[in-house]
Design a protein around this ligand. Structure first.
Ligand code: DX5
Ligand code: ZN
Length: 213
């Protein structure tokens, strides 16, 4: 199990210092980009994300909750280790979005809302590196985990089979449900409030790792 702390729950006025605190146990920094259209919330965009790189070593897992990923994905500075994840429900055609993110030289992730059937991502499994299963309605941190995600992850895992596609899960993850999602097949665990609401972030991350095993 690998952890991707979601900095959405961090202090936005102090982002780099907040990110540094969690970096020792983070596989990626999960960064939520929202446009106020795809979801009813606005966060940060390319200028802030790109300047956040300075002083951080771990790769970025950029979660685009925006209507037009084709237009905005190229504005992020990425390396081969980073992931850009787009939503299958965004307004751009998913095969086109996948190709365009692939051309940027980073990994590609596809995500889906809880209401979208898990089978909707099956046609993309030969193309993407990651599927991000939302376990809350995207838009805000601190929401309650939707139990149905466990079964969806299990189905997805079965369909992935031998392919090298990582399953990630995002939303409401805490000590009480992390084992269920990991046992079902999730490898990259996104957690926002379960890490940043605690003053000792490293202890909170250790607790999540312990609860998963
Ligand atoms: C929600 C975001 C999540 C969010 C998770 O739309 O995609 O990454 O930050 O926060 P928690 O872990 O608090 O649900
Ligand atoms: Zn996210």
């Amino acid at each position: 199990m690998k952890l991707a702390p979601s900095i959405l729950s961090a202090d936005f006025g102090n982002l780099r210092a907040e990110a540094r605190q969690v970096e020792p146990l983070a596989e990626y920094f999960h960064i939520d980009v929202m446009d106020g259209h795809f979801v009813p919330n606005l966060t940060i965009g390319p200028p802030v994300v790109n300047s956040l790189r300075v002083g951080l070593e771990k790769p970025f897992d950029i979660h685009l909750m925006i209507d037009y990923p084709v237009q905005y994905a190229p504005r992020f500075t990425v390396t081969a280790q980073d992931i850009i994840t787009f939503h299958i429900e965004s307004k751009d055609e998913p095969f086109r979005t996948n190709d365009q993110i692939r051309e940027l030289g980073c990994k590609v992730g596809i995500s889906l809302r809880p209401i979208t059937p898990i089978t909707a991502v099956f046609p993309y499994l030969d193309l993407v590196d990651l599927v991000l299963v939302m376990s809350v309605e995207p838009g805000f941190g601190g929401q309650a985990f939707m139990l149905e995600a466990v079964e969806r992850i299990g189905k997805l895992k079965e369909e992935i089979g031998e392919r090298k596609v990582m399953i990630s899960v995002d939303g409401g993850i805490n000590d009480t449900n992390v084992k269920d999602v990991v046992d079902a097949g999730a490898e990259l665990i996104v957690a926002g409030s379960a890490i940043f609401k605690h003053s000792d972030r490293i202890a909170a991350m250790r607790a999540l790792i312990a609860a998963a095993s």
